[in-house]
Design a protein around this ligand. Structure first.
Ligand code: R5P
Length: 311
């Protein structure tokens, strides 16, 4: 079976970079649109092939998800032998349960439609919840960008830095980062008041006069990072804040919120394509090598264990 990397519109630069890591060029893939906005994708020849379709479902989330569904369907109908949906950032993973009566379980709905459209396996990076795996009946491989992030951080994070989880959901990620950097961990307790507002209610750990490295899976409005940074500074942390997150959703108000903080550096991966001109304190490290490694191993039926997220 020939290996093919099909780039979705949301992830073209990443798909091209990872294809090149594998010594390939991405498969031709056109995404036309009818005048009413309806999408009309067309993939090149994939008959009998082992296809990896790369598309993050970041903002605009519904649009990206529909593109992914139509591309999966196109690959299936074009006769691909095996189709893996490579979704570095998986939108809707935050909706893994009904937090309030009357809500949907968005992660499950997304899982069902992806499978129905033709995905036979899913590859994701640092999903918001490990429960994502249980939403699917197809195999789900959850990679982690922690080694990529920590390698990029290792020379710039001062020795006395404390690694901080900005909420309880980020504790495991922060612990993995702290273990690799050999630094202690502190935890912020957070209450979400609305989609854009959170309140940091408590801090567990000592950050007095210490630089801090806040680690999260994603930054959307920047509210979580802002609240964490404010309580850390209020509890005596040095005004030397580094932030690292796998996924930079960065909705419009995020930049302003982050700019107001004493940031040494904000490090994100390219799981979601970022603006070509990021702020000077923003750095991007690539997950292309990680994805290429995982895809190469899957293609050759080799184990992935050391690349996976262990929660
Ligand atoms: C939530 O639990 C996630 O891990 C992130 O902390 C959150 O989604 C980030 O969103 P925002 O930047 O809007 O606070």
């Amino acid at each position: 079976m020939t290996l093919q990397i099909v780039p979705g519109a949301a992830s073209r630069p990443l798909a091209t970079a990872l294809a090149r890591c594998l010594g390939l060029e991405p498969t031709a893939c056109l995404l036309e649109r009818f005048p009413d906005g309806e999408l009309r994708p067309r993939v090149g020849t994939v008959r009998g092939d082992d296809v990896y379709l790369v598309q993050s479902t970041g903002p605009p989330v519904a649009e990206r998800l529909v593109e992914l569904l139509l591309l999966l369907d196109a690959c299936r109908r074009a006769g691909a032998d095996r189709i893996t949906a490579v979704v570095p950032y998986f939108g809707y993973a935050r909706q893994d349960r009904r937090a309030r009566a009357g809500e949907a379980v968005g992660a499950r709905a997304a899982a069902d439609v992806l499978t129905a459209a033709g995905a036979q396996r899913l590859l994701v990076v640092d999903p918001h919840t490990a429960a994502l795996e249980a939403m699917f009946t197809i195999p789900v491989e959850m990679l982690t960008a922690v080694p990529v992030l920590t390698e990029a951080l290792s020379t710039t994070v001062p020795d006395d830095t404390v690694v901080v989880a900005p909420d309880l959901g980020a504790v495991k990620l922060a612990e993995h980062v702290a273990a690799r950097l050999d630094r202690p961990v502190a935890i912020v307790c957070k209450t979400r008041l609305s989609g854009t507002t959170v309140r940091a209610t408590e801090l567990i750990g000592d950050v007095q006069n210490r630089p801090v490295l806040i680690v999260d899976d994603m930054i959307s409005t920047g509210g979580t990072i802002e609240a964490a940074a404010r309580i850390l500074l209020a509890r005596g942390a040095a005004p030397d804040v580094t932030v690292a997150a796998t996924h930079g959703l960065l909705v419009p108000e995020a930049a302003e919120r982050l700019r107001a903080l004493p940031l040494r550096r904000l490090l994100l991966t390219d799981s979601i394509a970022l603006q070509p001109d990021p702020a000077p304190w923003m750095d991007v490290c690539s997950v292309a090598g990680l994805l290429a490694d995982a895809i190469g191993r899957l293609h050759r039926a080799e184990p992935l264990d050391d690349l996976l997220l262990h929660t």
